[in-house]
Structure formats: C-alpha cells, structure tokens
Design a protein around this ligand. Structure first.
Ligand SMILES: Cc1cc2nc3c(=O)[nH]c(=O)nc-3n(C[C@H](O)[C@H](O)[C@H](O)COP(=O)(O)OP(=O)(O)OC[C@H]3O[C@@H](n4cnc5c(N)ncnc54)[C@H](O)[C@@H]3O)c2cc1C
Length: 564
C-alpha cells in the first residue's frame, strides 16, 4: 500500500505549492491529480497575481482593499497573513523562473485591477496561471526521490481512522480502472472549485466540487458557500472569460445608449470597482432594457480605447478568444459580454495553516475557505491565496508528520468504493442521463443563485437540487469499460456537485441580507447587527445540510459602508 507523510489531492497551483513546501521540509510526498497537472484549472488564470511590491505601496493597503472587497466578511487575521507574505512569494516565483512582465526600466510591471487602490497586479501577459503552473511543475520534478506523482488518478473517498483522523484516501487509476488505498499521515485537499455546478461558467470541466463533497462526507464543515462570484466580463455565447486585465488596461463598459453606466454606481473606480458591484450594475442595465446584442442580454466591453500595440502585447490571449469564440476583433470593435459564474468564495473551513476541523486533513486553494475573500474576492487575489495557503498547509502538514507514526488505513472503504463503481456500471440504461441532470442543475443555479436572488427562486432551486440528488442515484452511463472511463467519473462528480450545490442554496436562503456577491432583492440591505458572521454547512445524514455559524475575525478595520 503506498504510504506517504503528506498526500496532496490536486496538482493545480495550491497542490503544487503545497508539495514543494512539504518536499523542502524533507518529508515524503504524494501528489495526485485526475488530469495531467498542467491541465488543472489554474492554467487558465489570465490576469495576474496581487502583491504590494511597489515601494510606494504597503501590504496594509492591499489588506484593507481585500477586507473592503470582501464586504467585511473576510477574516482579517488571514487577510493580513496573505497580504504581508505576498511580495516575498511573488519574488520567490520570479527567482525560480516565472517570467513576469517588466516595464521599460526593467522593474516588475504592475497592472491595475478591480477594487485595488493602486496598481499591484504582477502578470505574464494574459497567461499568468499557465506561466506559474509550468514553473512549479518543473521545480517539483527536482524532488523525484521524495515526491511520488499520481497523474490521472481520481480520488473517490477520504479515509478516517478510529479516532476520526484523516489517514489517506481511496483512488482509481484512470488508465486501468484499478482502485487502491493510499495511506498518509496527513492529507491536503487542493482539488479546486465548483464552477461546473453552474451553466454557463468560466471554469474548466474538471471543477466539480470533488474535495468539498469528500470533506463534507468525513465531517468537515464548509463555510461561506452562499458567496458565488459572477465575473463582469464573460462571453454571452458560451461563458468564456475575458480577463479583468482588459479593464485594468483601460477598457470601458457601455450600455445600449453608449453610456459608461458605471458612473452611477462607482463614480471613482468606474469599471474597476469590485466584481460584485460591477456585475450588479451590468445586470441592472440589462434588466432595465439598456442591454445590447440581439436580445438585449449583453453589455459592450470596449477594448478599442486601449492602444492596439499594448493590447497585442498584454492581452494577446483574449485577442484570440475574441476572434475564435465571438468572431470579434477586440482591437477594432467592442465585444459582447455579461456577468457569468466564475469563482466560489466558500469552501472547506480552515484556519490560517490550512487545517480543517478534521484532524490530519488540510485544505488550500479554491477548495478551501480561510476566509480571505469573504463575500467577494478581488481579482488576482486567488492565485495569491492558492500559493500562500498552499505553502502554509504544506509546511504545517510536514511538521505534523515529523511527530507521528505512519498509520495503517483499512481496506474497508476500498471495497465499498469498488462496489459503488460496479453498481454505477451495472445500472440499466433506463435512468436519466448524467448530462441532462448536470444541465438542469447548472441552468437552475444560474437562474436562481446569480447576481440577484430571492426567497422564492432559491426555494425552487433547493427543491430542484434535492430532486436531482434522487435522480442521480439511478442516472445511467454508456461506457462500461475500465480504461479511461470518463462516464463513471461523471456519475461520481455529479454526486459531488449536488452535495456542494445543496450547501450553496441552503446557506444563501439562510443569510437574510445582502452582502458581497449575495444580493437578495427581498433583503436589499447589509445587516451587520445580525449577519456579520460566517455561515457553515455540514453533512447531516440524508437530510438537508446542517447550518451553523462562525465569527468573523476583525483586527484593525471596522465595517463601514462600501463605496467605489
Ligand atoms: C478562466 C479563469 C481565469 C482566472 N484568472 C485568474 C487570475 O488572473 N488571477 C487570479 O488570482 N485568479 C484567477 N482565477 C481563479 C484561479 O485561477 C483559481 O481559483 C485557482 O487557480 C484555483 O487553483 P487550485 O490549485 O485551488 O485548483 P485547480 O487549479 O482547479 O486544481 C485542482 C486540482 O485538483 C485535481 N482534482 C480535482 N478533483 C480531484 C479528484 N477527485 N481526484 C484527484 N484529483 C482531483 C485536479 O486534477 C487539479 O489538479 C481564474 C479562474 C478561471 C476559471
């Protein structure tokens, strides 16, 4: 049975950074990923990573912007850690080979991003995630003696010992269909977000909430799950992302009258207000009949105001995306966009070392909720979150490993998971198709859990999710083989998504106020007296998730009205 001091599930930025930190600390590491690591969603990150590197900047200013962006729901101790450690982390990336863009005097160039009081986003054109992910992957190859890589292995369940500590996982080798028990002193979940619960989404097909559901199923609570980010600029046709870097470079948002409508809701920051504010402003224009496009469901993003040379240099990927996926040359004409699902602020509740409430289980990256993003994440703070808390989880888990014997995980769960997969493969072809259930989930959440929400809509969403959970139990598949059976994976992932979706809707119904990304038309005001607290959701047998609360940590910034 493979045994490691630290087992990391997920090989995006959070997982790779955790692996490097644990390997540096001298312990044995396994890193597992259901796709080749450089196909993790981190590879799609475009715009950049925030750090107060400029001598005129200060990490406290970055921290304040983040607290304000979170609508005061972020935990300020965690935000302080992230922002204070950011410059060192970005310089470290530079030193190990990330080719950040430089200005004419040879210094790291920093671009403007939403909700930031000064330019502090370091970038590699608009392929920042790809650039960092490839460098971390290469760096990790140096540790081939202590780091074992399980690429194209799919984790099905986490394992607990008799005392309730996490001691490994069960996983399936996708190439052969073989299942195996992995034994570990610590497990770090770095398995990314849950965007595929929505349709459309900017997220890759692999962002299916696996880690959130696996953690729930072993008793770790999720937190802030109602906080879903709609990004202001996604393509109307298919939900593809146009990076905030475009507005950072100066692009305008225009309604059907050609007006820069952000003037009304954010007269100072305009297009560079925080994402929740900009998405809401766009949706109001669309709802009130000032949208553009055939059915008026879009807004124009006008990048032609950015000098063409600069666009071709700093936004070259979205030049291609515009041409290939919208038939628009963004250097010559405005492109049709609208708010689209992009990110989940919530996730597995952790402390500032990445530790969850289950002994031996850590979480980092988009799967986790520290909470540094609170009600709304600032653009370019997620890559930072993955790296800072990935590293911290790796370090902490490595330290914990030094003082513990290797556990021996039992094979009982392995046998159960093998039986589970046999049951999926044996299902009669009469059930509903997985893709149909997934579509209904996605369109339902996109209707009722989007920029504007209300009780009736969310109640309907909850009923749909609960019905789909039943239907998913008998959903049929076509592929009954063992080699790269993506159908089996699809069935398992659907169950994970439905668990996470139920937590999102239950938490959103529970929070009877508007804050950050949650805007309730039936409770339009922020209500600090009653709701300046996190909502947690836990597994509750077969019933709806159990709701709880966690306090918001405030260190130096008292809640105030948010203006941009
Ligand atoms: C289009 C796009 C652009 C973005 N741009 C930016 C940006 O410019 N700046 C910024 O700060 N943020 C950006 N973000 C957000 C940011 O990229 C993500 O939040 C971040 O990269 C998530 O990293 P991660 O390591 O947590 O997870 P991911 O990169 O999603 O990796 C998850 C890993 O977990 C593995 N995994 C999942 N489930 C299983 C399982 N069951 N078994 C085994 N392995 C599993 C996957 O194979 C993968 O390796 C962007 C997001 C998108 C979608």
């Amino acid at each position: 049975m493979p045994s490691h001091d630290v087992l990391i599930i997920g090989a995006g930025l959070a997982g790779q950074r955790a692996a490097l930190a644990a390997a540096d600390a001298g312990v044995t590491v396994a890193i597992m990923s259901k796709v080749h690591p450089v196909r993790s969603h981190s590879v799609a990150a475009a715009g950049g990573i925030n750090a107060a590197i400029n001598p005129a900047d200060d990490w406290r200013s970055h921290a304040y912007d983040t607290v304000k962006g979170s609508d005061f729901l972020g935990d300020q101790d965690a935000i302080e850690v992230m922002c204070e450690e950011a410059p060192k982390e970005v310089m470290h990336l530079e030193h190990i080979g990330v080719t950040f863009h430089r200005n004419d005097t040879g210094e790291l160039d920093l671009r403007a991003f939403g909700g930031a009081s000064m330019n502090r986003t370091a970038y590699v054109a608009d392929i920042t995630g790809q650039a960092i992910l490839h460098v971390l992957y290469e760096q990790l190859l140096k540790y081939h003696e202590t780091v074992d890589r399980y690429e194209e292995w799919f984790t099905t369940s986490l394992l607990l010992d008799d005392d309730g500590a996490c001691v490994g996982c069960v996983a399936r080798d996708l190439r052969t269909g073989k299942m195996e028990t992995f034994n570990a002193k610590n497990v770090i979940l770095a398995s990314g977000g849950a965007g595929q619960c929505f349709k459309p989404t900017t997220n890759g097909l692999i962002c299916t909430a696996d880690g959130m559901a696996q953690a729930l199923r072993v008793g770790a609570p999720l937190m802030d799950m109602e906080m879903i980010q709609y990004h202001p600029t996604t393509l109307v046709e298919n939900g593809f992302l146009i990076t905030e870097g475009a507005r950072g470079e100066g692009a305008h948002l225009l309604n059907a009258n050609g007006e820069r409508f952000m003037e009304k809701s954010a007269p100072n920051k305009m297009e560079l207000a925080s994402r929740d504010v900009v998405s809401r402003a766009e949706q109001i224009e669309i709802n009130e009949g000032r949208g553009v496009g055939e059915d008026g469901s879009g807004i124009y993003l006008d990048i032609t105001v950015v000098p063409r040379k600069r666009t071709l240099e700093a936004l070259r990927e979205i030049v291609n995306i515009g041409k290939d996926f919208a038939g628009t040359d963004i250097t010559k004409e405005p492109i049709l966009i609208r708010p689209g699902q992009h990110y989940i602020m919530g996730g597995i509740k952790t402390d500032i070392h990445g530790a969850t409430e289950v002994e031996g289980l850590y979480a980092a990256g988009e799967v986790a909720c520290v909470s540094v993003h609170g009600g709304n994440r600032l653009g370019a703070n997620s890559l930072l979150d993955t790296l800072i808390f990935g590293r911290r989880a790796g370090e902490h888990a490595a330290e914990r490993a030094q003082s513990r014997p290797m556990p021996t995980a039992s094979d009982a769960r392995l046998r159960e998971d093998e039986a589970w997969i046999r049951e999926i493969i044996a299902r009669p072809s009469s059930g509903r198709r997985i893709s149909e259930i997934k579509d209904e989930l996605g369109t339902t959440l996109n209707r009722h859990m989007a920029v504007f929400r209300d009780e009736a809509g969310m109640q309907e969403a909850l009923e749909v999710v609960q019905r789909l959970k039943e239907e998913a139990k008998s959903a049929c598949i076509d592929d009954r083989g063992t080699v790269f059976n993506q159908d089996v994976l699809g069935a398992i992932e659907l169950g994970y998504m439905l668990d996470a979706a139920e937590c999102m809707v239950v938490a959103a119904l529970h929070r009877k106020e508007s804050r950050g990304a949650q805007y309730r038309t039936d409770f339009p005001e922020r209500n600090d007296a009653e709701w300046l607290k996190h909502i947690t959701t836990s597994m509750n047998g077969d019933g709806a998730p159990q709701v709880g609360y966690a306090p918001v940590t405030i260190t130096q910034w008292q809640p105030e009205e948010r203006k941009y």
